[in-house]
Design a protein around this ligand. Structure first.
Ligand code: ASC
Length: 126
């Protein structure tokens, strides 16, 4: 799928970048910095949920580099578990967003953000 490690790194960084943008748009609503528009939040959550499935294929053998820590490859089961936790949390956020209930969205957003941070703490270089 990727011609070389640079392509894989660029792919996964691009996905995380776009994911962070749309997750951040929901965050602004959750923090009261932007008005709550149900349709916008639902759209952003669906984008995040779809994107959350993509980066993992770009962490294959021989694609070390970027801000990825070596633990991703040396403790791949732990990385995979963390990625699955994030995908589940983001899927729950999407469910809440489609319901349009702001309190549920806030809760699910906090839970999803914690899985982003957890994985960064363990697997991302500072
Ligand atoms: C974001 C973003 C992250 C997470 C993380 C949550 O908006 O880009 O990586 O939230 O900061 O703690």
């Amino acid at each position: 799928q990727f011609k070389n490690s640079e392509k894989a790194i660029s792919y996964r960084q691009s996905v995380f970048n776009v994911m962070g943008n749309h997750f951040g748009q929901i965050g602004a609503v959750v923090k009261g910095e932007a008005p709550f528009n149900k349709d916008e939040v639902a759209k952003n959550a669906a984008i995040v949920a779809t994107l959350s499935t993509l980066p993992w294929q770009a962490f294959g053998p021989g694609t070390e580099g970027g801000k990825a820590r070596a633990d991703i490859w040396s403790d791949n089961a732990k990385f995979k578990a963390a990625s699955e936790k994030m995908q589940l949390a983001v899927s729950n956020l999407n469910t809440a967003a489609q319901s349009g209930d702001l309190e549920s969205i806030k809760k699910a957003f906090g839970a999803a953000g914690a899985t982003c941070k957890g994985c960064h703490d363990d697997f991302k270089k500072k």
